[in-house]
Structure formats: C-alpha cells, structure tokens
Design a protein around this ligand. Structure first.
Ligand code: E4P
Length: 217
C-alpha cells in the first residue's frame, strides 16, 4: 500500500519522508491556506523533496480555465499530479490533461458512479473522501469497497486513493479492502505506530535491563 501525506507543511513531510513513509503528497486549497505559503513555491519545494506524485489542485470552475491552471501547475515539476474536482468541467480537464500524458487526481468523489466517470476520463487517481461521508452518517468505507469491486470488474487502471482519512482504523480498513493508496494527515500516519502493549512491554524490558547492570555501548 502506498502512503501519501495530506499536508503542505514541509517539515512534517520531510520528517516522514526521511523514515521512508512518503510515497507521495496531496494538497488542496484549504491545506495551502493552512500552510500560509504561496502555492507555486511550496508545491515546488514539496516536489523537490519527494520522489512520488504531488497533487496540486486547480481552483477554476470552467474547463478552459481549469486546463490552463492544470498546465501551469504541471510545469512546476514532472511529479505533479493535477488535482481536479469531480464535476463535468473537472472530468473534461482530466481527459484533456491525461491525453497529454499528465497525471491527474480526481478529487471530491462521493459515489461509485463518480468514480466510474473518473476512470473513463483517464484519471491516474480517484480520491473518494471517507471522513466526510462518515461526517454525514454514511459509511465512507463502503464507498472504497464498492469502487474496488467495480474497478476490478472492468480492469480500470485508475488507482483508488482513499482520502479524508481521519483515524488509524480508516487506514487498516482501506488496506483490507485493497485501496491502492491512502492519503492521511501526518498525525494519523504517526499514530499507526502506537500500541499500549508496545509501550508496556518496552517499559518492562527497560526496567529488567536496568537490573542487569549491563551496557551494550
Ligand atoms: C485529499 O486529497 C483531500 O484533500 C483530503 O484528504 C481531505 O481531507 P478532509 O476531509 O479531512 O479535509
């Protein structure tokens, strides 16, 4: 399973990247706002830091403008994945840019039918939003499972990028279902290492080791 980190904070990306935990990065306009950085500058820094795909999102709503924005974002670096919303204008942008050989991430996906359209438009990634479905008392994980089944039924090559991940259980469930990628905030990725029995076991080992009076170094 590939891990993308869902942030535009350079320090957080670098920390996880040094641990080999970053296969790519996703950003969106809200994350750019949170970073306080210029989109072109911060995206370039992220692309220089990380080898894998870095999603940068267009903000226009008409296809012609989206395509122009997408082409400008794509010029930042070869590892840019242009991120477009799942609207007809976004799908048209996806088709145009994909035909040009550009990676495209279709975002704000909330249904299996939308995911089918994205695959047919040549999307590299489809981003179904788990947490935002859970927020309105639907089951985001059901959507990931449905898309996995339908994509497998027809051999669609678009990768399922499970997004809007809020908990470590979202990561486990996405892995079980067979999502190709998860994108999660740095805090969620860091929590994946936590287990109370690991902490308790280590405490016991260290206490016993102290009693031996030995040193390794
Ligand atoms: C990723 O591509 C999405 O922009 C992100 O996961 C959205 O997460 P949120 O619903 O927690 O804002």
């Amino acid at each position: 399973m590939k891990f993308f980190v869902d942030t535009a904070e350079i320090a957080a990306i670098a920390e996880l990247n040094d641990l080999g935990m970053v296969d790519g990065v996703t950003t969106n306009p809200s994350l750019i706002l949170k970073s306080g950085r210029d989109i072109l500058e911060v995206t370039k820094e992220i692309c220089d830091l990380v080898d894998g795909p870095v999603s940068a999102e267009v903000v226009a709503t008409e296809a012609d403008d989206m395509i122009a924005e997408g082409r400008k974002l794509a010029k930042i670096a070869p590892n840019i994945a242009v991120k477009v919303p799942l609207t007809w204008a976004g799908l048209k942008t996806c088709k145009t840019l994909s035909d040009e050989g550009q990676m495209v991430n279709v975002t704000l996906c909330f249904s299996t039918n939308q995911a089918i359209l994205a695959a047919k438009a040549g999307a590299t990634f489809i981003s179904p939003f788990i947490g935002r479905l859970d927020d309105i008392n639907l089951d985001g994980m059901d959507l990931i499972a449905d898309i996995r089944q339908v994509y497998d039924n027809y051999g669609y090559e678009t990768e399922i990028l499970a997004a809007s991940i809020r908990t470590v259980n979202h990561v486990t469930d996405s892995a079980r279902i067979g999502a190709d990628v998860i994108t999660a905030p740095p805090g969620v990725i860091k929590k994946l290492a936590d287990h109370p029995l690991t902490d308790k076991g280590l405490e016991t080992f260290l206490a016993d080791w102290a009693k031996t009076g030995q040193k390794i170094l």
